[in-house]
Ligand binder design. Structure first.
Ligand code: CIR
Length: 268
């Protein structure tokens, strides 16, 4: 696809959802204690403020008690300037989140389509770069879903490549992020995978794999607090950073990208 400078990180809007009290029951691979809903909402408030300070108009949706993981709005949808695609989350307890987020998508987009077929894709497995969209197969995203999603993207003029998320990693983007400007931040395993071609790769420090999930939003990179070597590595290649607490999200395998859908709408 044509190189679209800024596609990966120039945004005007975001959609987020306030964590519910039920977030304490959120899915996790390893139990390190339940997140505290009140503290999670405080961290979420700082996250929303950081997005606003980065220039975004942020829609904050109300909490959904029926869906403990529903603050991770990145997973049930994917947004492009042309429209939104409702995905199909690959885990039973999150199946209804696509229906729940539909009205919010329709408020911002004229075009909202559903992932065709019966395959599954979680948005956390989709890494949008300026010249290609990478889709990671994972425990949540299957081949049928990835192929169907790539088909929709092709109709809309975007090229996708399907990759294998390393074993034991929840989502493709749990282990890598775009810093924009053709620079990727990745865990060592991901950096060695070959998925990123000739792009410059910044490798997260040993013991700091969680910090591979950051988000570039316009002129800044939002980084989880508590990972000083990765922070220094990002700053060393010239990016301006903003630190955010993600302690509660981390307890249920969530990071900064999962907490928003970010997109650019025409301001004409
Ligand atoms: C889940 O397992 O679905 C949630 N507890 C965490 C989702 C994180 N989302 C993401 O990485 N995009």
């Amino acid at each position: 696809m044509a190189h679209r400078p800024g596609l990966s990180h120039r945004f005007t809007h975001a959609i987020t959802r306030t964590p519910s009290n039920s977030v304490s029951n959120g899915i996790r691979a390893v139990d390190s204690g339940d997140p505290d809903a009140e503290k999670f909402r405080e961290e979420h408030g700082l996250y929303v403020e950081a997005l606003q300070e980065s220039g975004l108009t942020v829609d904050v949706l109300p909490p959904l008690e029926d869906f403990p993981d529903s603050c991770f709005v990145e997973d049930p949808a994917f947004c492009l300037p042309e429209g939104a695609i409702r995905l199909r989350p690959g885990t039973t307890s999150r199946e209804g989140e696509g229906t729940a987020i539909k009205p919010a998508l329709e408020t911002r987009f004229e075009r909202v389509v559903d992932l065709p077929g019966h395959g599954c894709v979680d948005g956390g497995d989709v890494l949008m770069l300026d010249d290609v969209i990478l889709i990671g197969l994972s425990a949540r995203t299957d081949r049928a879903g990835a192929d169907a999603f790539a088909g929709v993207l092709a109709e809309w003029g975007y090229e996708a490549e399907v990759c294998e998320t390393p074993d034991g990693v929840l989502h493709f983007k749990t282990a890598c992020s775009t810093l924009g400007d053709d620079v990727i931040l990745a865990t060592k395993v991901m950096a060695d995978s070959g998925f990123f071609g000739n792009r410059k790769t910044v490798v997260v420090a040993d013991g700091e794999d969680y910090a591979a999930n950051v988000i570039r939003v316009n002129d800044v990179v939002l980084v989880p607090e508590g990972y000083p070597q990765t922070l220094a590595a990002i700053e060393a290649v010239g990016f301006q950073t903003v630190l955010l607490p993600t302690h509660e999200a981390r307890k249920i395998d969530g990071g900064l990208s999962c907490l928003s859908l970010r997109f650019a709408l025409s301001t004409d």
